[in-house]
Design a protein around this ligand. Structure first.
Ligand code: GTP
Ligand code: SPV
Ligand code: MN
Length: 607
């Protein structure tokens, strides 16, 4: 072991609490050397990774990486929230005693980085000067250089973010482990992804992928953050955050909201107005995956995106669905592509839905590194990219980034939306005035079970507020916390439920989605302002057909529009039974939530 103190001195890392923490974990993991990194180290680390073959070139200033083939997504079953209070146990947080999990992880991590460099990544999950800064600082230690490069794109990284914060930082320890011998998905699975929430310590062992390994994003930005928010009066959610500018009136509207993973947050946050509405409306990007929300002294709800980058699903990203995403991963952006198809000769990348599939197979390999031209006939049509393949790019590359994105004051929130993948029942949009009914709607959010999962037709996999995989404490307390925070909001945002995924009998999407999704959002803000009156239904207010801005919407969408603006009362009544069962899992749920449920049920019965 080289001299840790000397490495910290050389990097100007002066915070004594951080120094002590780094020295401790360097000792446990047995790393051969310590290196403190900041954003300015990116070019050197990229060069080292290319040299080592960990990254491959993907054109001018773009890079390609593959993760181990059994390490391609978050592992929810292996993810645990630990505290010293058994009362923190919920239905979804896989609660375990802190002492037990710390012992286990220290065991797994001891000596596990032998021979490797331990990188020290000081980071801030907030703009500098934010009133939540003390909850946003962290120091990740990792033995994986690719994780460093991803973190530099996704977070604000450097010693300047933590030197003055004393002990107010999250200790985030990441050890990759021997990926080929971890028994992923078997009864002998050795992976553990633990957030010790009441000690603000994260211990992740056994992955180098995404939210398992970039600890600022999911483990800190969502799990630790939501626990801290519960104890300190703010909200932390898996929400996107966008701004709509009405160029005619100069008014600005900010909408945040949760859709379960892989249900369209990034695409919505990065969207552009449809061409026909582009003269009037401009959409600005704030965040695509996480929002921290708090109540200002003026009684307004404020929000900010704690991240500094996008880790977006590659599949179906193209010039038509998401032109801003395409711009933000252009040559020169420093983007990293993970687990897409790759051409070893031309250095091009390809994924399903990027554009026409290359017909000349020369040089092409799939996400596992298998040569496409050599595939056996029965595998010829297999996907080139993994379905959870992603691009990583920093926010400064996003062309419609909001100008005030770095403002530590955050932005006022005018609307909170929830949306899942639902093939029937859920209309395009329904507005909800009442706070308890809005929170109730969030708690009963879900995405449909796919054929691959438990597959009960029409039954949702409920995903409260899209936080199911990130829930850090008891769900009844979570509901009560939402109601408490909103009880302090005097200028209330409006709630709404949206659905871009209703399907016809032939399986087609009844709503074209993507950029067209701005239309129902503009309606929501007009409705909030009293400019349109909508149609009352038992489950909220839906747009009257002629209230939606329909200019430029295609013929098929116009033909299907009445269906997506209809409430199927019988299907809804059936859903209420499922909801009751779902909510009954959460002992001690606030009575206001049950009242909202009974109100909606009674309104449906009266139809
Ligand atoms: P996470 O990063 O996992 O939290 O996902 P996300 O919620 O940000 O989802 P994302 O925007 O990456 O979308 C996931 C998939 O849904 C992509 O393949 C998109 O192309 C697709 N998708 C997004 N918006 C729409 C839409 O409006 N209509 C349809 N049909 N598909 C969509
Ligand atoms: C999600 O799965 O919701 C993500 C990707 O945003 S990951 O960072 O891997 O969790
Ligand atoms: Mn996400």
């Amino acid at each position: 072991m080289t001299d840790v103190q000397a490495a910290l001195d050389a990097a100007g890392l002066t915070n004594p609490s951080v120094r002590e923490y780094v020295e401790h974990w360097a000792g446990v993991t047995g790393a051969a050397r310590v290196e403190v990194v900041g954003a300015a180290d990116d070019a050197r680390l990229i060069a080292e990774s290319l040299e080592a073959g960990e990254l491959l070139p993907a054109g001018e200033g773009r890079y390609y990486s593959r993760s181990y083939f059994k390490d391609t997504a978050r592992a929810e079953q292996r993810t645990i929230v630990a505290t010293s209070d058994e009362g923190d146990a919920g239905v979804y947080n896989n609660w375990r005693p802190a002492a037990e999990m710390k012992d286990k992880l220290i065991g797994l991590m001891t000596g596990a980085s032998a021979g490797k460099t331990m990188y020290v990544i000081p980071y801030l999950m907030a703009p500098k000067g934010s009133k939540l800064e003390n909850f946003a600082a962290g120091v990740q230690v990792t033995d994986n250089r690719n994780v460093v490069l991803q973190m530099i794109r996704m977070a604000r990284v450097g010693v300047e973010y933590i030197n003055d914060l004393g002990d107010s930082f999250v200790r985030a320890v990441h050890v990759t482990g021997d990926l080929e011998n971890l028994g992923q998905g078997t009864p002998e699975d050795k992976r553990y992804f633990v957030t010790v929430a009441d000690e603000r310590t994260i211990l992740h062992f056994g992955s180098s992928y995404g939210g398992n390994a970039l600890l600022g994003k999911i483990a800190h930005g969502l799990r630790q953050g939501s626990y801290d928010g519960w104890k300190n009066g703010f909200l932390v959610e898996q929400f996107m955050l966008l701004g709509i500018v009405d160029k005619e009136t100069g008014k600005r509207y900010n909408i945040c909201g949760g859709f379960p993973s892989a249900s369209g947050k990034t695409n919505l946050a990065m969207t552009l107005a449809p061409d026909a509405l582009g003269d009037r409306y401009h959409v600005e990007f704030y965040g695509d995956d996480i929002a921290w929300l708090w109540v200002g002294d003026d009684g307004k709800l404020y929000g900010m995106n704690p991240e500094n980058g996008v880790f977006g699903v590659a599949k179906d990203t193209n010039e038509k669905t998401n032109p801003t995403a395409v711009d933000s991963i252009e040559p020169g952006t420093g983007a990293i592509f993970t687990n897409v198809g790759y051409n070893t000769k031309t250095h091009e990348v390809w994924w399903e839905g990027k554009g026409p599939k290359p017909t000349d197979l020369d040089g092409w390999e799939d996400w596992k590194g298998d040569v496409i031209a050599d595939r056996p006939a029965d595998q010829a049509d297999d996907a080139w990219a993994h379905p959870n393949s992603r691009f990583t790019t920093t926010l400064s590359n996003v062309p419609n980034m909001a100008a005030d994105f770095e403002d530590p004051a955050g932005v006022e929130i005018h609307g909170v939306i929830f949306g899942g993948r639902t093939r029937d029942r859920e209309p395009l949009i329904r507005a909800i005035h009442d706070v308890a009914e809005g929170v109730y709607d969030g708690l009963t959010l879900g995405a449909e079970a796919t054929a691959a999962a438990d597959g009960l037709e029409g039954v949702l996999r409920y995903d409260p507020m899209s936080m199911r995989p990130f829930m850090s404490y008891d769900e009844a307390d979570y509901a009560a916390h939402w109601l408490e925070v909103f009880s302090r909001v005097t200028t209330k945002p409006i709630f709404a439920h949206v659905n871009w995924f209703q399907r016809g009998d032939d399986g087609r999407f009844l709503w074209p989605g993507y950029r067209e999704n701005l239309r129902p959002l503009v309606w929501l803000m007009q409705y909030k302002n009293g400019e349109v009156s909508g149609v009352e239904t038992p489950v909220g207010v839906i747009p009257a057909r002629d209230e939606l801005l329909l200019e430029g919407l295609g013929d098929q969408a116009l033909a299907d529009l009445d269906t997506v603006l209809t409430i199927d009362v019988d299907r809804w009544k059936q859903e209420m039974g499922y909801r009751e069962k779902h909510l009954n899992q959460f002992a001690g749920l606030p009575e206001e939530i049950w009242e909202a449920h009974r109100r909606v049920a009674a309104a449906l019965d009266a139809e």
